[in-house]
Design a protein around this ligand. Structure first.
Ligand SMILES: *Cc1c(COP(=O)(O)O)cnc(C)c1O
Length: 492
């Protein structure tokens, strides 16, 4: 079924697309059916993986059946499966049926959402979907758009903040300006630093204040520092607060930080890449800080809302702020459509994919009630894991976040024991956990959120952690309650 070599000018026929598409979908479905038995990571080393794939530039047409075979034989087994129920590293996330099919459909239509005119209904879908997202976040967005991820979202937001603080930079560059500064906590994501590099603000001008109790940015220390920097001749550009820090899911006190920002007239950007959409679950909505006071906000559907990479959402409450930083319209892109949105004016991108379709399909196919139930399920699983680990005195739960992210370490031993346990569990390739450092200690991070994860998977994980802890630090001391019972028996 290779395309007819006598007609090398066209695409596959609809019949070929259907046949090959059916074969592809069949492989995907078999993959999902067997997911529990698929290793979550590959044992192969880098050279072997590269060798299995490396090949000559294909000058002649390859049979699609061979391409599929090569993909399922050489690529899929050597992936790290982010869509696996036992993937608990970094941030456990998911793609889901409706989003998978939407990705395919968007590619088939080859949409380019740069100008309203270049994709009218796709721009309308993006406008609608991002308005839904803002509603889910209780955020009074004026401008909202989809970006590839939170890192670039934060970069764009900080560009808008810098434009507000130093509008001349757009024309003259940074020379002649007072140095600008960005304030955040030492728990903030590295994307803040990357944005400072790219904006010419410089790493030295990212002030990372030490997080206090519970990993939170301290509003009083923030206020003092901004005040002294202004006296020293710096221009505050923005404060970045985090809702759901990457290491431990900590929540900065957004409203108190917003008050400091108002006092000093500084832009507040909130990085809710991870923590944002969990507020859809009523069980934790009450304990998550309100995001409403942020000048700009990022939150990642690709972390929480069952849409595959890449899908981040950027919101801003100031009309025209992103456009002021990024609008630049050459003659060949001028249009006269009124009442429309030209998404190219909000970021560095000109050509943009139809990201909104996968969200439009997913939010509608599951409904918010369905999304809520799925998120609550993950929260229940996290509680199950927390309870199981709390019953084993060897473990110390090092974070206290309402989000389904646990940081744990062996309480009685140094970081080496915890590291060894992580290596032992990961070496089976059945489960994947990651690590970080919290309060000077090496910690294992366990993130829960994949759409396929069940209570059985969590029980298996507890068994694996327990077995690894037995091997590394020995079996636990008897539980306190057992000890008491034994003490009640008079010694003879
Ligand atoms: C994941 C994460 C990011 C980066 O998100 P990308 O979409 O990968 O760019 C930024 N900030 C926080 C707090 C995160 O958890």
């Amino acid at each position: 079924m290779t395309p007819d070599p006598t007609k090398p000018t066209g695409d596959w026929t609809p019949e070929q697309l259907k046949a090959f598409g059916t074969d592809t979908l069949d492989r995907i479905c078999r993959h999902f059916a067997a997911l529990d038995d698929v290793p979550v990571t590959t044992p192969a080393d880098a050279a072997d993986v590269a060798d299995a794939i490396d090949s000559e530039l294909p000058s002649e047409a390859t049979d699609f059946a061979d391409i599929l075979d090569d993909t399922w034989n050489n690529v899929v087994p050597h992936l790290t499966h982010w869509n696996h129920p036992r993937f608990h590293a970094y941030f456990s996330n998911s793609s889901s049926g409706p989003a998978i099919l939407a990705e395919m459909t968007a590619a088939a239509l080859n949409v380019n959402v740069m100008l309203w005119k270049s994709a009218p209904s796709a721009a309308a879908v993006e406008d609608t979907v991002t308005r839904w997202l803002a509603e889910l976040l209780d955020y009074p967005a004026v401008d909202a758009l989809l970006v590839d991820g939170a890192s670039l979202g934060t970069f764009y937001a900080l560009a808008a903040a810098r434009h507000r603080a130093q509008p001349e930079v757009r024309h003259h560059g940074t020379s002649g300006e007072k140095p600008g500064r960005i304030y955040t906590s030492d728990q903030a994501h590295s994307s803040v630093d990357k944005a400072a590099i790219a904006l010419g603000i410089g790493l030295d001008n990212v002030v990372r204040l030490p997080a206090g109790a519970n990993g939170q940015l301290d509003p009083a220390a923030l206020s003092t520092r901004i005040g002294s920097d202004v006296a020293d001749g710096y221009t505050p550009i923005a404060v970045v607060a985090t809702v759901g820090t990457t290491t431990s899911g900590a929540l900065d006190p957004v409203e108190a930080i917003a008050a400091v920002c108002r006092d000093h007239r500084v832009w507040l950007h909130v990085d809710a890449a991870y923590g944002g959409f969990w507020r859809i679950a009523p069980a934790i909505a009450q304990v998550l800080p309100s995001l409403a006071a942020a000048d700009s906000l990022v939150a990642n559907p690709h972390k929480v809302l069952f849409t595959p990479m890449e899908c981040g959402a950027l919101f801003c409450r100031h009309p025209g702020a992103l456009e002021a930083a990024f609008t630049l319209v050459p003659e060949y892109l001028r249009t006269d459509t009124t009442g429309s949105i030209d998404y190219m004016n909000y970021t560095l991108n000109l050509g943009r994919q139809f990201r909104a379709l996968k969200l439009w399909w997913t939010l509608r196919a599951f409904g918010i009630r369905g999304i809520r139930t799925r998120l609550e399920h993950s929260l229940t699983l996290a509680t199950r894991l927390r309870d199981a680990l709390a019953a084993d005195p060897r473990w110390h739960l090092a974070n206290d976040s309402p989000l389904p992210l646990l940081c744990l370490r062996i309480s009685s031993a140094d970081g080496q024991a915890t590291r060894k346990i992580l290596e032992t569990v990961n070496s089976t390739h059945r489960t994947l956990l990651s690590h970080s450092e919290l309060d000077g200690h090496y910690v294992i991070r366990v993130s829960i959120g994949n759409i396929h994860t069940t209570a059985d998977h969590i029980d298996q994980l507890v068994a694996e952690l327990t077995e690894a802890a037995d091997a590394v630090v020995g079996t636990p001391r008897p539980l306190a309650s057992v000890t008491v019972t034994q003490q009640e028996v008079p010694a003879s």
